[in-house]
Design a protein around this ligand. Structure first.
Ligand code: B3K
Ligand code: ZN
Length: 884
């Protein structure tokens, strides 16, 4: 029986409103794999019952399956004949199954992991076999009720050659193993917890592991293992420590304990995303596991801890309690991102973590939310669910959970979380269940707040103030709108505010009905326009608003530079203090842009140099935070604020400001650089990390001088670097200037690190994101470099992704060559790996933001992509929606 799968596009849209309970439930799944790279045999034995909650009688049983070859199917032990089932491109349908009793189904099929370049289902990465099932990859392994509200108990037996695949892993506990003839062996794994099939995983390969253990809060001993390829075994210690930190944090902060006796992580070199939370057997992109000071930057270390935490936290928010359907994705992702953000904040610098997260949200999620692919955190329709693992679902989803915490207060929020865990453990639920638990535990009405789940777009809040000296009262008028969203809902928005007096002291102002905690008030904006009257305001106040970025909104507020400089000096909210500096720099950059467009010369206002100088002269304990304060807003953040994005002017103006600051403050930058560089020891504690961060920011400023002195500084740091943080910072500076040693350094770096894939990724992306002339030719040449591989997602992201998403200047070249390059890569990737291809299309979807010439060029490429033969659903959906 051959089951043919011609890959046709059937862009069928799936709607939330059409959700129906499953007609059948699977109680147990017994899987048996005979693993070979090119020909794997799968036997799946299922026990199935009719779902009593779904009233449809005599419904056919429809199991989903794609790209698999069916060998046989038997019901209650009796093989079905061809006319007793129907096979389509996407399913196996059995019209007649028992309705009133449990029955068994045994399915045998084969798959070809080696041919699976989409990296979804069972695939090969550097000779190891591994899986990725979320969202709908399990159906590429065997026919199944592949939907998250079907939760079953899995037992898995893996059979493979002992030499080629000495390590055989799956979810849960290893319950038996043995040897077979022909040098083969087998292992049986049993997962005692019911789970949806998207959490299934298996791994087979020549892997080494580091092992440790963790004693849980109730005294259970849990074995922790991290599996990697042999040559990476010396790079696992940080991941292991991160895992232990995460386990401890979840016990302390959420009262959540791990539930199995074994926790395994496997690092693979070919992976579509960051990592996957499969029950008891996380599979990770090597990028988020492997680290040693020589190969990983401080930022990599931070990301590893964050992602390890994220996947670990999913065990409760995702696995024990999962999603009813994929529209509810933010239930697990938004909440889990919020949890990992707080974990990182507790481990490192809370201020810096908030700044990093808001930066990402404002540059990338806001753009998504204002563009043709805008969707609510709980989308209502999709063609390809993999396209909805978005910044909106993840990052804005996390902001929505954060706002619930702000509205309830931390203690009450945790009461709500406890109720959620207690009520829904073992269930597949919806976002509504989460909000309801928060409400019920606190007797708080969140009905209006729920609209955040259904409303797309970034609210814009207009702020007007009116101070009455006689009444000693300030009236703050806040109005909300959502640009680009017709009939937008009026949202419930928490806005944290504090008032400052001219001497920098906080005012003890009050608003009737609003609690003040340390002189900070959380206003609840629930109308379109609302007045908040602050009493006890003895003088004209300076307002610090949206403290800690208390809601994912844009503020429309006019503030003179002096007020921004004041807040940069005095605000005691670390986020808003930084924000004032960003606004100050941004205002100046926009003035420069206006001048550039008018062909005028304009100087840099003294305010900013003075502010920077004063910051540089203060003494700081959190040096990473100091580095944030001294960083200019990113080009894509500035672009976000322009009606028609002018990449050249943004780059030119920002560079001009950066260079001016470097020139005028070169002494200060040099002193600070030397102070923190001289005894560089490569330590990994937060003080050492902060010192490197500020030092390398100084290096970045000084490199703007693009002169002999700066070359010498960069070259020396490059040559003597004892950490990847320092080496990459120096090489980045070298690549972005006219340093005469550029080619030598690049060559040397490549020679030094050619066996370290993750470092070579950095080598590609540094070159691809350079603002120097000639970068496009370099990128084209790199595409032909022997180390470039379109089948490796990390490599694709490091070259094609970096060029199209982190090099606006060259990617948006006026002649359209950047767009054509990107479309070429998307078309090539479309047939190899649709998920990665569709991610790459994103750099074309924002075409409406550019001038008409660029718009036309981008649209041409989108059309070209859409008209590609055998376009995947993934790419089609993104390209098509962005043109609509
Ligand atoms: N849940 C996975 C993402 C799966 C993406 C599928 N296209 C990783 C995470 O969010 O933790
Ligand atoms: Zn996640």
């Amino acid at each position: 029986m051959n089951n043919k799968h011609t890959q046709e596009v059937k862009p069928q849209t799936i709607y939330l409103k059409d959700y129906q309970q499953p007609k059948y439930l699977v109680e147990t799944v017994d899987l048996n794999f005979i693993l070979e790279a090119e020909y794997t045999r799968v036997v799946s034995r299922l026990t199935i019952t009719h779902n009593p909650d779904n009233k449809t009688k005599q419904a056919p049983l429809e199991l989903l399956g794609e790209d698999i070859t069916l060998i046989s199917v038997a019901l209650n032990g009796v093989a079905l004949t061809d006319n007793q089932f129907e096979l389509t491109d996407e399913s196996l349908i059995i019209p007649d199954v028992p309705q009133n009793t449990t029955f068994t189904l045994a399915i045998e099929n084969t798959i070809n992991p080696q041919a699976n370049s989409a990296l979804e289902g069972l695939f090969v990465s550097n000779d190891m076999l591994c899986t990725q099932c979320e969202a709908q990859g399990f159906r590429k392994i065997t026919f199944f009720l592949d939907r998250p509200d079907v939760m079953a108990r899995f037992t898995t037996t893996l059979i493979a050659d002992k030499t080629q695949y000495p390590v055989l892993l799956s979810n849960g506990n290893k319950i038996a193993h043995g040897e077979l003839i022909d040098n083969r062996h087998w292992v049986t794994w049993e997962d005692p917890f019911k789970k949806p099939c998207y959490l299934f995983a298996l791994v087979a390969g020549q892997l080494e592991c580091i092992e440790d253990n963790y004693t849980s809060i109730s005294g259970r001993n849990i074995t922790l293992q991290i599996f990697v390829e042999t040559h990476d075994i010396d790079k696992c210690a940080h991941a292991m420590q991160s895992l232990k930190n995460a386990m401890h944090w979840d016990e302390q902060v959420y009262g959540r304990e791990y539930d199995l006796d074994l926790y395994m992580i496997v690092a693979v070199g070919h992976f579509n995303m960051g990592a996957m939370e499969n029950k008891g057997l996380n599979i990770f992109n090597t990028k988020f596991v492997l680290a040693c000071p020589g190969t990983a930057t401080d930022m990599d270390y931070g990301h590893i801890e964050g992602v390890i935490g994220h996947e670990y936290f999913h065990n409760w928010t995702g696995n024990r309690i999962t999603c009813r359907d994929w529209f509810q994705l933010s239930l697990k992702e938004g909440f889990t991102v919020f949890r990992d953000q707080e974990f990182t904040a507790d481990q490192t610098s809370r201020a810096v973590k908030r700044i990093d997260d808001v930066n990402m949200l404002r540059t990338r999620q806001f753009a998504e939310d204002a563009g043709p692919l805008a969707h609510p955190i709980r989308p209502e329709a999709y063609i390809e669910i993999n396209n909805f693992y978005t910044l909106t679902v993840y990052e804005k989803g996390a902001e929505v959970v954060r706002m619930i915490r702000t509205l309830l207060g931390t203690e009450n929020f945790h009461r709500g979380a406890d109720l959620y865990f207690q009520r829904h453990d073992g269930q597949a639920v919806t976002c509504e269940h989460f909000v309801k638990a928060m409400e019920d535990a606190n007797d708080k009405d969140l009905s209006q707040f729920r609209r955040w789940y259904a409303q797309a777009g970034t609210p814009s809040i207009k702020v007007e103030k009116n101070y009455d000296e006689n009444l000693q009262a300030l009236t703050l008028t806040l109005s909300q709108t959502i640009p680009g969203q017709a009939n937008a809902a009026i949202l419930h928005i928490p806005i944290k505010v504090a008032l400052f007096a001219a001497d920098g002291a906080m005012m003890d102002a009050t608003v009737s009905g609003v609690a003040s905690i340390n002189n900070e008030l959380t206003l609840e904006l629930t109308d379109q326009t609302q007045n908040f009257v602050f009493n006890n305001v003895p003088s004209t106040p300076i307002i610090s608003i949206l403290r800690d970025f208390s809601a994912p909104v844009k503020l429309q507020v006019s503030r003179p530079l002096t007020e921004l400089a004041f807040l940069l000096q005095y605000d005691n909210d670390s986020f808003n203090r930084w924000e004032a500096g960003q606004q100050l720099s941004a205002s100046i950059i926009f003035q420069l842009i206006a001048a550039i467009k008018e062909d005028q010369n304009t100087g840099i206002p003294a305010t900013i140099v003075k502010s920077f100088k004063s910051i540089l002269e203060q003494s700081w304990t959190d040096l990473s935070y100091l580095a944030c304060l001294l960083s200019l807003p990113a080009e894509n953040y500035l672009a976000e604020q322009m009606t028609v994005v002018d990449v050249d002017a943004i780059h030119q103006a920002r560079q001009l400001l950066k260079r001016t600051l470097a020139e005028q403050l070169s002494n200060q930058f040099t002193v600070l650089y030397q102070q923190h560089h001289q005894d560089e020891s490569g330590e990994l504690n937060s003080t050492a990390i902060g010192r490197r961060r500020i030092k390398n920011l100084c290096l970045d400023y000084l490199s703007q001088l693009d002169n002999e002195d700066s070359y010498q500084l960069d070259n020396e740091q490059f040559a003597k670097a004892n950490t990847m943080t320092d080496q990459v910072a120096a090489l980045g500076a070298i690549v972005n200037t006219n340093n005469p040693k550029k080619q030598d350094c690049l060559q040397q770096f490549y020679q030094q690190w050619q066996d370290e894939a993750l470092v070579i990724d950095k080598w590609f992306s540094l070159q691809a994101s350079s603002s120097q002339p000639g970068t496009f030719a370099v990128v084209q040449a790199l595409l032909k470099h022997p180390a470039f591989d379109l089948k490796n997602p990390n490599r694709v992201r490091s070259l094609v992704g970096a060029f199209s998403q982190a090099n606006a200047l060259h990617y948006h070249a006026k002649n359209g060559q950047g767009y054509q390059f990107l479309a070429d890569q998307v078309i090539a990737l479309n047939s190899l790996n649709p998920q990665v291809a569709s991610r790459m299309v994103s750099a074309l979807t924002q075409w409406r933001r550019f001038d008409t010439q660029r718009q036309d060029l981008m649209k041409q490429q989108l059309e070209r992509i859409i008209n590609t033969e055998n376009i995947s659903k993934d790419v089609f959906e993104i390209a098509n929606k962005s043109l609509a």
